[in-house]
Design a protein around this ligand. Structure first.
Ligand code: ATP
Ligand SMILES: Cc1cn([C@H]2C[C@H](O)[C@@H](COP(=O)(O)O)O2)c(=O)[nH]c1=O
Length: 208
């Protein structure tokens, strides 16, 4: 596999999807080839699993069921989309990946980061991102953005209490400390133009 795998991570409403869409537009204009995708989702079956996980009515979902569904969606997505792109020597940028499971399910849901890592290793078979951009923002600020947005529907995870979102942030901070080479922190609490500038600065070395 000779392609480059890059992931975006961060709390809800940090601006990952907006920046990914801006990159996609600019790359298209400039003729830079890249695959843009997201988790959970990115392909038909994983989008179906996404609907089950994020459905606001599924309040009785067990934490381990949730972790397994994210891992199942990830498996199908990696097999159908990520690995083929990497085998074709492409750049692939994914909105969320394994670090989301470690922070949200492993840490915030208190399943345990090691157990969630294990089920995900079964799913991804060692395929890890070369670099991960962490969109750093206080959870309250991110949720305010979502609540003030018409384009972004509020989902089951957004509706968790603030304590959960603060735990997600703590989980991410542990991952940043553990993988400082892979995870680059972007200040996401800036204007969109400033965030976009900082993201591109990190990505430039990876563009052929
Ligand atoms: N830098 C920014 N300043 C102000 N508003 C922003 C900024 N970046 C994104 N937004 C707005 O915040 C809302 C959430 O952004 P976006 O959906 O990109 O976040 P996200 O990180 O993908 O969230 P999630 O992971 O929860 O889907 C959108 O309405 C978007 O327009
Ligand atoms: C991949 C992944 C995601 N999540 C959470 C994070 C968000 O709250 C939602 C996904 O919605 P988004 O609008 O696409 O960000 O799911 C998670 O808990 N675990 C995961 O592995």
């Amino acid at each position: 596999m000779k392609g480059i795998f890059i992931t975006f991570e961060g709390p809800d409403g940090a601006g990952k999807t907006t920046i990914l869409n801006m990159l996609s537009e600019e790359f298209k204009e400039k003729g830079i080839e890249a695959v843009f995708t997201r988790e959970p989702g990115g392909i038909r079956i994983a989008e179906q699993i996404r609907e089950v996980i994020l459905n606001k009515e599924n309040t009785e979902m067990d934490s381990r069921t949730e972790a397994l569904l994210y891992a199942a969606a990830r498996r199908q997505h990696i097999v159908e989309k990520v690995i083929p792109a990497l085998n074709e020597d492409k750049l692939i940028i994914c909105d969320r990946f394994i670090d989301s499971s470690l922070a949200y399910q492993g840490y915030a849901r208190e399943i345990g980061v090691d157990d969630v890592y294990s089920i995900n290793m079964f799913a991804i078979d060692g395929v890890m991102p070369e670099i991960t951009l962490y969109f750093d923002i206080e959870p309250e600020r991110g949720l305010l953005r979502i609540n003030g947005s018409d384009s972004r529907e509020v989902n089951r995870l957004d509706l968790e209490k603030m304590d959960f979102h603060l735990k997600v942030q703590k989980g991410y901070k542990q991952l940043i400390d553990k993988f400082p080479e892979r995870i680059k922190v972007i200040n996401a609490d800036q204007s969109l133009e400033e965030v976009y500038r900082d993201v591109k600065e990190v990505l430039i070395p990876y563009l052929k």
